[in-house]
Design a protein around this ligand. Sequence first.
Ligand SMILES: O=C(O)CCCC[C@@H]1SC[C@@H]2NC(=O)N[C@@H]21
Length: 182
Amino acid sequence: MKFSARDIALAGMFAALAAIVAVLGRFGITAIVPFSLQPLVVLLAGGLLGARLGAMSISVYVLMGLIGLPVFEKPPFGGPAYILQPTFGFLIAFIAAAYVIGKLLEGKKSGFGCYFMAMLAGLFIIYAIGLPYFYLIFNFYIGKAMPVMSVIKIAFLPFVGFDLLKAIMSASLAMAVSRRIG
Ligand SMILES: O=C(O)CCCC[C@@H]1SC[C@@H]2NC(=O)N[C@@H]21
């Protein structure tokens, strides 16, 4: 697997962007699951960089956090123990989402609908991995009973509307940029 200097610069830029929006998110309302602009960055990474590079950029971001850089949105902000945070599943899901979006858009970047469907698939993956992880950490690691309905109320319902807006924004932006440079 070979990456050019341009690839590495782009991946680094998106990794940095993910860290910046996470740090900015700390100034918002404190909640078990924070509102975050990271899904926007992740959807854009997949849509603009493609599967391989998009997933690499988000992996670099997650690895930076796991080695101890304070780039995550919630306390303790970084370190290997963050794996045991209920929201860590979303971070794993971001990597998969960027990859799948890139794959879905490979070779057929036509209209807005195409981009939007790819972004929706990315959002689906974010929640399909993030929500069960949240449930498992709460119920089996933290040891607090968290019924499925509570997981949905805490980690899905408050965000899904905003995340759909992020999907619209990222689809429009990725389409516009690809048309200009593609
Ligand atoms: O840094 C973390 O610990 C991960 C935060 C995950 C936040 C999730 S992503 C999907 C949903 N949309 C949001 O705006 N927030 C949550």
